[in-house]
Design a protein around this ligand. Structure first.
Ligand code: PHE
Length: 468
């Protein structure tokens, strides 16, 4: 007997799971630093503008495609295009992209686990030394952590949509919010914390230029998990009668609020560490910041709360980042799994096992790319720099391809599925949508401005990374 397809138990279940996917390293680390480097509240205003006017319509379009077809991205593109070969290819791109992002996100999550273990066993001071990160990513014991993490993730995914993904989000998302608020309140009691808030929230429009605007849009797009096939797949698990425009708004608000709060935590912590910090010197790379810089900041708190106290704060922070990463990782690994279930007609169990083998095969070269294997460490070179296998995957799939997938979604909805199809799906569960101003805006923007902007972002990223 064929298995019935998974479904979220309710609208809240969908919102929590989609927010679990959206809230990730991008929110808790990259956003705060990007905002403070690029004009504080001025950056925030542009970011909010992009969330509302560019990302929100694309988000609804992705969810609607999934819900209409009840399929994964390949299935959704092919069903809505009556099996058109070219569009099927676009669907495949929306499977390969999350597949490869999962590879490198898994490696980062493994590092997070190692950091948590080191902090819990008294190693905060060691982690704050300059060579710590380089040493840790070259340790062969990483494989043990990798296997452990993969077992946990695939057990969750074996549980399916309701009992696996949704249940995880129901537990971890509220926990994450409580941890974030408690840590923020603690950090705000430190000396000089106010300087960080000032830096974060006072608008400075003189910093605005095209690259900042480009960065804000890429960050907004990435943060909402757009262009990764995730929302198409989650849409396919979303009940027919539920309201897409409203639920999408809730996810966007939750995601943006967590990013905003993370700024109220990270910047005061940085300024308490060094009141003369120049945020221009901070790396926007999440990896550099989390693993090299933040341990020093936590260690400096020992003056106020002692070594054990500082270690507890650091541990809570790393757990928070780990929870954010875990829910994102689970969401992204589900995409190929749903494709194996729908297209290869595998049972969930077999699909999960198949994906576990594939992911392990790709994660191994990625994890040995930072020193363990010379071949994968100096894998290739472009843009004038030698790149590891890990860098290659991150540059191509994480940094570059998302706006392009977003572009294909817009063009597909506007010119192949047609706006009438999209509108009828969005009207299901929201009878006010038809004829609303929102509908008029979505129809206009998805067929013109938004794909154009996404194409420009894609081209400019390609130039920046590969032909600097
Ligand atoms: N929105 C996620 C983030 O901010 C992006 C992401 C989702 C990355 C799923 C990987 C997997 O980090």
């Amino acid at each position: 007997m064929p298995e019935t397809r998974g479904q979220f138990s309710s609208k809240l279940g969908f919102i929590l799971a989609a927010a679990g996917s959206a809230v990730g390293l991008g929110n808790v680390v990259a956003f705060p630093v990007m905002a403070s480097k690029n004009g504080g509240a001025a950056f925030l205003i542009i970011y909010l503008f992009f969330i509302a006017f560019i990302c929100y319509p694309v988000m609804m379009a992705e969810i609607a495609m999934g819900r209409r077809t009840n399929r994964n991205p390949v299935g959704a593109f092919s069903q809505l295009s009556s099996d058109h070969r070219g569009w099927r290819l676009a669907g495949k791109l929306a499977i390969i992209t999350p597949f490869m992002i999962a590879v490198f996100y898994t490696v980062i999550t493994v590092w997070l686990v190692v950091y948590m273990k080191e902090i819990a066993t008294g190693g905060l001071e060691m982690l704050s030394s300059e060579s710590a990160f380089g040493d840790i990513v070259a340790r062969p014991t990483l494989f043990v952590y990798l296997l452990g993490l993969l077992c946990v993730i695939f057990c969750i995914l074996l549980g399916g949509v309701k009992n696996g993904i949704e249940r995880l989000a129901r537990v971890l998302m509220p926990t994450l919010a409580v941890m974030l608020v408690s840590l923020t309140l603690f950090v705000l009691t430190l000396d000089n914390a106010v300087a960080g808030i000032r830096y974060y929230l006072v608008p400075d429009f003189s910093r605005m230029d095209l690259s900042v605007v480009n960065g804000a849009l890429s960050q907004a797009f990435f943060s909402l998990s757009l262009g990764m096939g995730i929302l198409i797949t989650y849409g396919s698990y979303f009940s027919r009668g539920d309201n897409i425009p409203q639920s999408t708004r809730m996810v966007a608000i939750a995601d943006t609020s967590i990013a905003f709060f993370a700024g109220l935590l990270i910047l005061p912590a940085i300024f308490a560490f060094d009141p003369n910090t120049n945020t221009d010197d901070l790396s926007t790379s999440s990896v550099g910041l989390i693993f090299s810089f933040l341990p020093q900041i936590f260690l400096s708190m020992q003056a106020a709360v002692g070594y054990v106290g500082a270690s507890i704060v650091a541990f809570v922070f790393f757990s928070l980042v780990f929870f954010a990463a875990l829910t994102s990782l689970v969401s992204i690994i589900e995409i190929p799994i749903s494709c194996w279930i729908d297209e290869l007609k595998l049972s969930r169990k077999r699909a999960v096992l198949f994906q576990a083998v594939l992911l392990t095969l790709f994660a191994i070269p990625a994890i040995v790319s930072l020193g363990i294997s010379d071949f994968f460490t100096n894998f290739t070179s472009y843009g004038g720099v030698t790149k590891s296998f890990f860098d290659l995957v991150s540059d191509v799939f994480y940094e570059t391809i998302l706006p392009f997938v977003g572009f294909t979604v817009c063009i597909f909805c506007a010119y192949r599925w047609k706006m009438s199809g999209l509108s009828s799906e969005l009207t299901r569960g929201d009878s006010d949508y038809a004829g609303s101003r929102l509908e008029a805006y979505v129809n206009f923007s998805l067929s013109s401005v938004i794909p154009l902007v996404l194409l420009l972002v894609f081209i400019s990223t390609v130039i920046q990374i590969y032909f600097p």
